[in-house]
Ligand binder design. Structure first.
Ligand SMILES: Nc1ncnc2c1ncn2[C@@H]1O[C@H](COP(=O)(O)OP(=O)(O)O)[C@@H](O)[C@H]1O
Ligand SMILES: Cc1ncc(COP(=O)(O)O)c(C=O)c1O
Ligand SMILES: [Mg+2]
Length: 288
């Protein structure tokens, strides 16, 4: 059984951060060790929430506890997502280093959640700089959306798929050898499809799925679920491309179930069998 230390936000009501990623990863068949960066009542796109950001040393303390019972060596990957503060970022890097000492084969996948103030996703000041300067060079995999990719690539606007591939290759030179662009949005080929990219130093793959019409109230936590499913698929031994395809297909099934039930929160439990074995399978196209 593979083990993922998943360091993300936790919401008590609904699904974002660990509350969006943990169940789908487990449903695929990997073990998850959730380490929560915040505990909020609900995700921030409700524009109001209660709860607390965990102190940065709490994160290291928990990892040290796992190390003390000699289990850190069984950690196969660290996944990080929504961070409550840049200090937490530094704590996460310390944890990644400890995990890699205990298990040199462990991977670090960083979902560089930077927030979109206009969309209502709020992230503490300094987190974006931390992701660009400190997290990038030590990540094995990064999973930005196109806005995050622009930030990571020196704030250069990305207009097209070709430019996105170039931006990803720039990141590959600085650290992560695999980049999953979780959402190409305006940089994609088509306005009426949801598009993603998978880029390594040698190859680039493109995938698209239909847009699901949620009107103005788009579900949150989709990125967190996407990054989680991608690393879970990789740990299950799938190739990068198959992991990419399976992730797209599972996420699409969750979106459809969410729409069918007229819900704002992702319908993870209802769609659980589709997460494991999506009935509609999307295949990727090699573009480089
Ligand atoms: N098939 C789909 N159809 C329509 N919207 C989708 C689909 N898949 C995902 N989305 C939406 O696309 C958005 C992706 O958000 P974005 O900020 O670009 O990346 P992230 O998921 O990292 O936050 C989310 O609002 C999500 O609900
Ligand atoms: C607490 C929390 N975690 C994570 C996220 C990221 O969600 P997404 O996967 O949609 O980027 C958000 C977005 O608002 C959030 O409020
Ligand atoms: Mg996101």
């Amino acid at each position: 059984m593979k083990n993922i230390l998943s360091i993300q936000s936790h919401v008590v009501f609904g699904h974002a951060g660990n509350s969006a990623a943990e169940f789908p990863m487990r449903r695929l068949g990997v073990n998850v060790w959730p380490l929560n960066t915040v505990q909020f009542s609900n995700h921030t796109q409700y524009r109001q929430w209660t709860g607390s950001v965990m102190p940065a040393d709490h994160l290291v303390d928990i990892a040290d506890g796992i190390s003390a019972i000699d289990e850190l060596k069984n950690c196969d990957a660290v996944l990080s997502g929504y961070m409550g503060s840049p200090e937490q970022g530094n704590a996460i890097i310390e944890i990644v280093k400890k995990v890699k000492v205990a298990n040199p084969n462990a991977m670090y996948i960083c979902d560089p959640v930077m927030g979109h103030p206009e969309k209502g996703c709020f992230v503490a000041p300094g987190v974006s700089e931390f992701l660009c300067n400190i997290a990038l060079p030590i990540s094995d995999i990064m999973s930005p959306n196109v806005l995050e990719l622009e930030e990571l690539n020196g704030k250069q606007t990305i207009h097209s798929v070709d430019e996105a591939v170039i931006a990803c290759r720039n990141l590959c030179q600085k650290g992560p050898k695999t980049i999953l662009v979780k959402h190409l949005s305006r940089a994609g080929y088509q306005k009426d499809r949801f598009e993603m990219l998978l880029v390594t130093p040698d190859e680039a793959w493109h995938i698209h799925r239909p847009l699901v019409d949620f009107g103005a109230r788009q579900p949150v936590g989709v990125g967190d679920m996407t990054s989680g499913l991608f690393i879970a698929n990789i740990l299950l031994g799938k190739s990068l491309v198959t992991a990419f395809e399976h992730t797209t297909s599972s996420v699409y099934a969750v979106m459809l179930e969410t729409l069918k039930r007229h819900q704002y929160e992702l319908q993870l439990v209802a769609a659980q069998d589709e997460i494991a074995k999506p009935s509609q399978y999307f295949t990727a196209t090699k573009i480089d």
